[in-house]
Design a protein around this ligand. Structure first.
Ligand code: SF4
Length: 545
C-alpha cells in the first residue's frame, strides 16, 4: 500500500516514495526535509495539527479503508467515561484532560525496566550510520527515557577492539555506546546489547557483564523484519574487508582471493559486503531449538544477567509460536517481534520487499498465541512490536493490537531521523564541530530557516531539555538529542490525545476493543471487529428501548 508523498494539511513532503510507515523508502542522513517525522523533530507537538491555523479549514484525506496494514486499522473514541486515571485524579472534566494521560510503563519479570514513553529504538548495530550518530541516539533516549538497542556485531567490526584467546578483551566502540547512554540515564529507559552468532563466539556477553553488570539488558537475536539472513554492512576498503574476514565474518566477494583483489585494484569491484551467520543451522526440530535457546538463557543467567530479551523477525507462525512460548517459559524480560514492512541500514532490497510476514499480520498472530498461552495459565513475556511503525497512531494501534501483552513499540528508522537532522543543523551552527557530529550541510536550508537561525528558535523542545539538564550542561547535549526529545514530545502528545479520546488514561487500559478494522479484509485477517459492527447490538438496544 503506497501512501501519498505530500500532505498539504501538515505541510509535509516526502523526499522520495512514501512507505507504509510514512517515511521514504530511502531515508537520507543529509535530507533537507520534510516528511512528518523530519518536521516533528523541529516543531514537536505542533505537527499534530494542520498548518496555518486561523486562515484555513482542513478535512481528512482518509486513506484507511484499503488493504491490510496498520493504516487500515482505526482507533475508537467514546462519548462518555474515563478509565485508568493516574493516582490523585478524579473523573472530573478538569482532571480528565489529555496532558494528564500517563504514558509511563514498565516491562520485565523480576527486575523491572521503566520507561516514560512507550517506544524503543530498533537495533542500531555495526552499520556505520549507527556509529556516526550514536551520541544523538543514546543521549536522546536517555533524556526522554526510552530503551535503546545496540545491535549485533559492534565489537567484531571495531578495528580498535582487541581479542585475547578468541575472546574480546577491549571493545572501545561498545564501551562508547553503553557509556554515552549511561551518562544521562536517570532510571527510565535502558541500554540493551544484542548477541548474534559472532558476538557469542567473540565473548561479548562475558565482556559486558564483567564491565557493566546488570546495568545492561542482554538480547538474544533470532532475526529481524527486513531480512532473514544476518546483519550486513558494506565496506569500501580492502584492508578493512580483510580484517573482517580474519575476524571470522563472511565477506562477499572473498577479499583473500587474488582475482578479487585484482578486480578491486582496477575498480571492477568497489565494495565488499560483510555478512553474519545464520543461527541454529545444526538443529532440525523445535525441541532442539528449545533446548539450544534454554541453554543460552541459562548460560547468560549464570554469567549474572538479571534482564534478558529476545528479538525475533518476520518468520512464519511456527517460529513466532516458539519465540513467545520459549521466551515466556524462560521468563525473559522482553520479546521484540519485528514484522516485514520496516527498514534497516542494509538489506537486499527485493528480500526486504518480498520476504516474511507483514507486521500487522504477525503482530495480530502474536496476540492470538500470547492469549492462548495466558488462558492456559502461562505468564506471557512482555512484548514489543516493530516493523514500519513511525507515528503516534501506530503506537496506539500496535499497543492495542497486542494488548495486554505489548508494552512498547520499537521504531527503527523514525527515531534515527532527528539525529541526522539535529547533527546537520549543529554542523552548520558550530562549524568547528561539523566533523565530530557528522553534519552534512554547509548552510541551513529554507525548510529550517523558516523557523529561525538559532537552536533555541529551531527546536521546539530546546527549553524543555535545558530545564532537564540545566543551562550549563546544554553545551554537551548534541542537537540530534534535542531533536529526538522534540520528536518524542510530538509522539507522546499525540498518543495522549488518542488515549484521552478513547477514555483510557493509562497504557495498561488500552485494549483491542479500542481499535477496529477499517475494511472487511482487515477484519477477516485480524479478528478485529469491523467499524460499524462494533457495538451495533448496543446501538440497536438504545434505539429499541
Ligand atoms: S527525513 Fe528521511 S523519510 Fe523524511 S523526507 Fe527526508 S529522506 Fe524522507
Amino acid at each position: 500500500m503506497r501512501l501519498p508523498k505530500m500532505n498539504d494539511a501538515l505541510g509535509t513532503v516526502n523526499r522520495g516514495d512514501a512507505a507504509e510507515s510514512g517515511l521514504c523508502t530511502l531515508c537520507q542522513a543529509d535530507c533537507r526535509g520534510k516528511c512528518e517525522t523530519w518536521l516533528s523533530s523541529l516543531k514537536g507537538r505542533k505537527l499534530l495539527y494542520p498548518r496555518d491555523f486561523g486562515t484555513i479549514t482542513s478535512g481528512s484525506a482518509n486513506t484507511t479503508h484499503v488493504g491490510v496494514s496498520y493504516n487500515s486499522i482505526r482507533i475508537d473514541g467514546y462519548n462518555y467515561g474515563a478509565q485508568g486515571l493516574p493516582q490523585g485524579l478524579s473523573t472530573s472534566e478538569d482532571d480528565c484532560i489529555f496532558p494528564n494521560v500517563s504514558l509511563e510503563g514498565e516491562f520485565g519479570t523480576k527486575m523491572k525496566t521503566k520507561f516514560r514513553v512507550p517506544v524503543m529504538t530498533g537495533a542500531l548495530g555495526s552499520t556505520f550510520i549507527a556509529a556516526k550518530y550514536w551520541e544523538s541516539f543514546a543521549i536522546g533516549a536517555a533524556l526522554v527515557g526510552y530503551p535503546i538497542v545496540v545491535g549485533e556485531n559492534v565489537v567484531g567490526v571495531d578495528r580498535k577492539s582487541e581479542m585475547d584467546g578468541g575472546k574480546i578483551s577491549k571493545a572501545p566502540e561498545l564501551d562508547r555506546r553503553i557509556e554515552t547512554f549511561l551518562r544521562y540515564y536517570d532510571g527510565y529507559g535502558a541500554i540493551i546489547v544484542q548477541l548474534n552468532v559472532e558476538d557469542t563466539r567473540n565473548g561479548v556477553a562475558e565482556y559486558v557483564i564483567d564491565k557493566y553488570g546488570d546495568k545492561v539488558i542482554i538480547e538474544l537475536k533470532w532475526g529481524q523484519g527486513a531480512k532473514d539472513i544476518g546483519g550486513e554492512i558494506q565496506v569500501t576498503d580492502l584492508e578493512y574487508a580483510l580484517f573482517l574476514k580474519k575476524r571470522g565474518y563472511v565477506v562477499d566477494p572473498d577479499p583473500t582471493l587474488p582475482e578479487v583483489q585484482e578486480a578491486f585494484k582496477h575498480k571492477a569491484i568497489k565494495a565488499f559486503a560483510r555478512h553474519s551467520r545464520l543461527g541454529y543451522t545444526g538443529l532440525s526440530s523445535t525441541d532442539q531449538v528449545r533446548k539450544g535457546f534454554m541453554d543460552s538463557v541459562e548460560y547468560l543467567r549464570k554469567l549474572g544477567y538479571k534482564r534478558i530479551s529476545l528479538k525475533t523477525g518476520a518468520y512464519g507462525m511456527e517460529a513466532l509460536a516458539m519465540a513467545i512460548k520459549y521466551a515466556s517459559e524462560a521468563e525473559l524480560d522482553l520479546l521484540t517481534i519485528d514484522g516485514s514492512g520496516g527498514g534497516t541500514g542494509m538489506s537486499p532490497w527485493n528480500m526486504m520487499e518480498t520476504w516474511g510476514v507483514p507486521s500487522v499480520m504477525l503482530h495480530n498472530k502474536a496476540y492470538e498465541y500470547a492469549d492462548r498461552l495466558a488462558k492456559k495459565g502461562t505468564k506471557v513475556v512482555d512484548m514489543a512490536f516493530a516493523g514500519g511503525l513511525a507515528r503516534e497512531d501506530h503506537i496506539f494501534k500496535a499497543i492495542a493490537l497486542g494488548a495486554p501483552y505489548t508494552k512498547l513499540v520499537c521504531m527503527g528508522r523514525a527515531l534515527m531521523i532527528p539525529a541526522f537532522l539535529g547533527s546537520n543543523i549543529e554542523g552548520v551552527l558550530k562549524p568547528e564541530a561539523r566533523e565530530k557530529v557528522n553534519g552534512n550541510w554547509d548552510k541551513l536550508p529554507a525548510t529550517v530557516t523558516s523557523f529561525g537561525t538559532f537552536p533555541e528558535e529551531i527546536f521546539a523542545g530546546y527549553y524543555d531539555v535545558q530545564k532537564k539538564v540545566g543551562k550549563d550542561e546544554m553545551k554537551n547535549i548534541p542537537f540530534g538529542a534535542i531533536a529526538a526529545w522534540t520528536l518524542a514530545d510530538k509522539l507522546a502528545a499525540g498518543v495522549q490525545q488518542l488515549m484521552a479520546g478513547a477514555r483510557k488514561f493509562s497504557l495498561s487500559e488500552i485494549s483491542r476493543d479500542d481499535i477496529y478494522a477499517a475494511n472487511r479484509e482487515t477484519e477477516q485477517e485480524s479478528g478485529l471487529t469491523y467499524i460499524t459492527d462494533k457495538n451495533d447490538d448496543r446501538a440497536k438496544k438504545i434505539l429499541d428501548a
